[in-house]
Design a protein around this ligand. Structure first.
Ligand SMILES: *Cc1c(COP(=O)(O)O)cnc(C)c1O
Length: 371
């Protein structure tokens, strides 16, 4: 029985050609034509004016928070169910993450819980599109207007997704993406910041490059970082971006195939196919074990592992992170929907290169394990 990995990227477009060009021309650092091309074309694709490529999606969030001037005493509202990068960026800037629970259907932040968490210190809402469906943006855009809050949009799992026809990544004052190997567009490691605001774009470019100033090299008025992307990564990104529409179709087909093969399994909840504002793109194909199944994700994942099927657990919530509790954050806070998701959810092999035969094998093994 062949092992089925949880993710395998598809790199059979122009990737090799563009990478060879980097090597042939010697442009392998963060100077080189592919970075600018990738930034420009990615921004156009997402309907934004400015793109700033960085070395991963986590630091894209760091730069976004700092560029918005969020710091000491400020609060940012975000979902508890997400990756640590989101909370880490807020905390490292000296600000405080304020959490909301998840929506039971879409697994995204419950937008109905946001308004009650707004205080005089709230500066922004961090929107994070999770696993394949976008966050319900209209209520958030209304709150942002009503209270004068910035929107930071983490679209790391939503390349090519749209909300009411408008691209994810086009809603934030600043929006960020990741190009890690399991994302819809990959550069191995990589990230992008998008904005329509020229000042924010300038600020992000400066933070990315150690806050060098143009007029005198090695003179600094601010502390920045080396968050630069390489031309090699830009080359990969450009080749991947050319196929984004096709990649979204591949993922939707994968999701539909899993849906049809798994729909009769009593013990699990499948991802929602449609909401009234979007159609799932299945960044990953996640499933939730029902409480009445008497099972939990850890045991089912272990059994699938024995059958040579790789899986990944769902996110572990921010309010249940020892590192954050040790800082005195989120003590005694409870978010029941997200707590259930973290314990009962996991995702099946769902990379871009997955085959129909692999999807069938995974589905059979899952049925076997749940018998
Ligand atoms: C992948 C991901 C990130 C982090 O991106 P890296 O490139 O791995 O640093 C941030 N936010 C979300 C929602 C992600 O899925």
């Amino acid at each position: 029985m062949a092992f089925i990995p949880v993710n395998e990227p598809l790199l059979n477009g122009n990737e090799k050609k563009y990478l060879n060009n980097c090597i042939d021309t010697g442009w392998i650092s963060s100077e080189g034509p592919y970075i600018t091309k990738f930034e420009e074309q990615f921004a156009v694709k997402m309907g934004r004016k400015f793109g700033i490529a960085v070395c991963n999606g986590s630091v894209a969030l760091d730069a976004a928070i700092l560029a918005l001037g969020i710091g000491n005493g400020d609060e940012v509202i975000m979902p508890t169910f997400t990756i640590i990068s989101c909370a880490a960026a807020i905390i490292r800037a000296g600000a405080k993450p304020v959490l909301v629970d998840s929506d039971i259907n879409t697994w995204n932040m419950d937008v109905n819980q946001i308004e009650a968490k707004i205080t005089k210190n709230t500066k922004a809402i961090m929107v994070i599109h999770i696993y394949g469906l976008p966050v319900d943006m209209d209520p958030i855009l209304n709150l942002s207007q009503k209270y004068g809050l910035k929107i930071i949009e983490d679209a790391a799992e939503a390349h090519g997704q749209v909300y009411n026809g408008q691209p994810c990544g086009s809603f934030g004052d600043i929006s960020t993406f990741s190009f890690y190997a399991n994302k819809h567009v990959t550069t191995g490691e990589g990230g992008m910041i998008l904005t329509d605001d020229e000042e924010l774009a300038k600020k992000c470019r400066s933070l990315r490059n150690l806050c060098f100033v143009p007029k005198k090299r090695f003179l600094h008025y601010e502390l920045g970082f080396n968050f630069r992307m390489t031309n090699l990564q830009g080359a990969l990104g450009l080749a991947q971006l050319e196929r984004l529409d096709e990649f979204v179709l591949i993922k939707r087909k994968m999701g539909e195939k899993y849906n049809s093969l798994l729909k009769d399994i009593e013990q699990i909840t499948l991802p929602v196919v449609n909401t009234n504002y979007a159609q799932n793109i299945y960044w990953v194909y996640g499933i939730l074990l029902k409480p009445e199944s008497g099972l939990n994700a850890e045991t089912v994942m272990a059994r699938l592992g024995e059958e040579q099927i790789a899986t990944r657990p769902f996110f572990w919530n921010m309010h249940e992170q020892p590192v954050l509790n040790d800082m005195g954050l989120f003590i005694n806070e409870k978010y029941p929907v997200a707590e259930n998701m973290a314990r009962m959810g996991f995702y099946l092999p769902s990379g871009m290169a997955i085959t129909d035969a692999q999807i069938e094998t995974v589905s059979e093994k899952l049925k076997l394990v749940l018998q």
